[in-house]
Design a protein around this ligand. Structure first.
Ligand code: FMN
Length: 374
């Protein structure tokens, strides 16, 4: 993939440039979502419901963007969302993403479906970050992945629970995204489950998930996982506050409010809309992470003001990887961090703890002249 040096490290610019660089089926696979993709749009549009209210005459010479998650202090309330097969967009794959994110001081959540094994990527950055786990029907595989993640030094196990089957990715069907030759799930190569099915028509990912992942997953399995894992368990893919409550009762250490970037269910509630009720259900002591639609610092501010401890960023990191490899990822995340710091200074908030409801005004109550076009 050629460098796109003229591209500014903003997510829209990166996406436009990546669109020009990537094969159309790969671009569609990343950008796309379930059904008519209304959830993908809603995940972004939900942020437009808010305006920010700056506070002045505050000494903001220094602001502190750091947050604590599982005894580790992160320089910024940011993580890279788990995404499979980075080699689809850049030959250096997760190697480049891990190095770039680490250089920007941001931890990455390594996907089960990575194109490089966790034992290779974990030592690349200054810190291994978290490991995202899909639960296999074959519990010996699941258990082995859990042990390997602990041995590789990850801080937490992030179990994805919103994928009993793969969502209806219509763009993939239209583009005939089978991509069997390009997709290697390196973490699974030691097991029989490492072999992807031979699918000529339809999605190889969808067939794989139907064959290997456990659609019968329940709270009892989460309890088993929490007992089985020496690492704290974060549950990814929760929207309903009652589910969040059940996860924490089963021993989960944190919850990630997510609809899988709109890739699972059309017309789903957006993750930002779902966030406040989950925060309220869990109280201040359980970290809640917002995943989906984060594109710039104002989005991070809104999510934190609504109670998220941190946020994850998905697609823009892959666009940055496609455009500039490790350097591209570093530039994008470093810019996001700087932008957050600057935003907090202009907002008159010296620490992330000061980003609360006082920062927000609901757009509908402030906009008397401009009507939203949504
Ligand atoms: C190409 C791609 C691959 C993904 N692979 C995974 C995965 O392996 N495991 C997982 O839990 N989520 C996966 N996701 C979902 C992301 O972790 C995250 O929920 C979503 O991208 C967040 O939305 P955003 O892209 O708007 O930031 C993937 C998303 C994309 C775009």
């Amino acid at each position: 993939v050629t460098e796109a040096e003229h591209v500014l490290p903003f997510s829209d610019d990166l996406e436009a440039a990546a669109r020009g660089l990537l094969p159309s089926a790969v671009f569609a696979f990343i950008a796309g979502g379930a059904g008519h993709e209304r959830t993908v749009l809603r995940n972004r549009a939900a942020f437009d419901d808010y305006r920010l209210l700056p506070r002045t005459l505050v000494d903001v010479t220094r602001v502190d963007t750091s947050v604590e998650l599982f005894t580790r202090r992160h320089a910024a309330p940011l993580l890279v969302a788990p995404m499979g097969t980075h080699r689809l967009v850049h030959p250096d794959g997760e190697h480049a993403t891990t190095r770039g994110a680490s250089a920007a001081g941001v931890d990455l959540i390594a996907s089960t479906a990575s194109s490089l094994p966790m034992e290779v990527t974990a030592p690349l950055g200054t810190h291994p970050g978290w490991f995202q786990l899909y639960v296999y029907k074959d519990r010996s595989i699941t258990g082995d992945l859990v042990d390997r993640a602990a041995a590789a030094g990850f801080d937490a196990l992030c179990v994805t629970v919103d994928t009993p089957v793969l969502g209806d990715r219509r763009r993939d069907r239209r583009e005939r995204f089978t991509a069997r030759e390009d997709i290697v799930w390196a973490n699974l190569l030691p097991y029989a489950a490492g072999a992807l099915p031979d699918v000529q028509d339809g999605s190889v990912v969808s067939s794989y998930i139907a064959q290997q992942l456990d659609a019968s997953l329940t709270i009892a399995d989460l309890t088993w996982l929490v007992e089985r894992s020496s690492l704290p368990v974060v549950v990814k893919g929760v929207l309903d506050p009652a589910d969040a409550d059940r996860c924490v009762s089963a021993g989960a250490g944190a919850v990630m409010v997510s609809n899988h970037g709109g890739r699972q269910l059309d017309r789903s509630v957006s993750s930002l809309e779902a966030l406040p009720a989950v925060v309220e259900a869990l109280g201040p002591d359980v970290p809640v992470i917002l995943d989906g639609g984060i594109r710039d610092a104002s989005d991070v501010v809104i999510a934190l003001a609504l109670g998220a401890r941190a946020v994850t960023v998905g697609r823009p990191v892959l666009w940055a990887l496609a455009c500039g490899g490790a350097d591209g990822v570093e530039r994008f995340l470093a810019e996001l961090r700087q932008d957050l710091e600057r935003s907090m200074q202009v907002l008159g908030r010296r620490g992330v703890g000061e980003l609360d409801h006082s920062v927000l005004r609901h757009a509908r109550s402030t906009d008397s002249t401009t009507r939203s076009t949504r």
